[in-house]
Design a binder for this molecule. Structure first.
Ligand code: SAH
Length: 217
């Protein structure tokens, strides 16, 4: 049983870790203060939910480190009018943060179980502007395209063509690129009238973007 003052201290430490790692956007910090990461980490690791560390989740996947979630969200420059696509629902934590900043969030994962569990968390928090689908996100979500913002939370060797095609003019996509077992870079892509502008942000390490739906259920 955790009392109120313990919880307040924990929250303060969580926000302090985010700030000290470069998450400075106040809207992003408020969203991360509001959404309890503890609801997205199940089982053994639940008690470590407030540490700035990636943690294992079901299906052999990982929930990203909070500061990386913050930095990626910040780099995406989400506005309240935006329709956002996230590829790689995982625990649903990143999508929940995006839901606080955007008009509408679509999130897809190739694991049916992760999508089901993420939906339960969205329902519990009454996050009604998120829709989660089981799908291969490397093809985007053609029925809902185009998107103002796209966030990919699994690493591809190159930005997938369908995702570039589903980004609006003026839109932004943030994604890790590189081989899964080598160094990856977080990239920001801005789409202009005349083409795409690429920006390398920082080294990161994500699970790989894998083709096709998982056959684990
Ligand atoms: N954003 C998540 C963490 C993602 S881990 C969170 O906040 O918890 C990366 C996720 O990408 C994994 O759940 C994995 O199943 C998913 N993934 C990998 N390849 C995919 C693909 N082609 N389409 C959709 N999801 C994919």
């Amino acid at each position: 049983m955790i009392d109120d003052s313990e919880e307040a201290t924990r929250k303060m430490q969580f926000l302090f870790a985010l700030r000290s790692r470069g998450v400075t956007d106040q809207r992003v910090l408020s969203a991360m203060e509001k959404i309890d990461r503890g609801l997205f980490v199940r089982g053994l690791f639940a008690e470590r939910a407030y540490e700035d560390m990636p943690l294992p989740i079901a299906c052999g996947q990982t929930i990203s480190q909070p500061s990386v979630v913050g930095l990626m969200t910040q780099a995406l420059e989400v506005t309240p009018r935006d329709k956002v696509l996230e590829v790689g629902t995982g625990s649903g934590y990143q999508a929940a943060i995006l839901s606080q900043l955007a008009r509408r969030v679509y999130t897809v994962d190739r694991h049916r179980r992760l999508v089901r569990e993420a939906r339960e968390a969205f329902d519990a928090l009454n996050l009604v502007n998120i829709t989660a689908f089981t799908a291969d996100g490397s093809f985007g979500l053609p029925d809902q395209a185009p998107f103002d913002r796209i966030l990919v939370t699994a690493a591809a060797e190159d930005p997938p063509g369908p995702l570039l095609a589903q980004l609006k003019i003026g839109g932004i996509m943030v994604l890790p690129v590189g081989q899964s077992d080598a160094v990856q870079s977080l990239i920001r892509v801005r789409r202009h009238e005349g083409g795409f502008e690429y920006d390398e942000l920082r080294p990161v390490r994500f699970v790989p973007l894998v083709e096709g739906l998982a056959r684990d259920e």
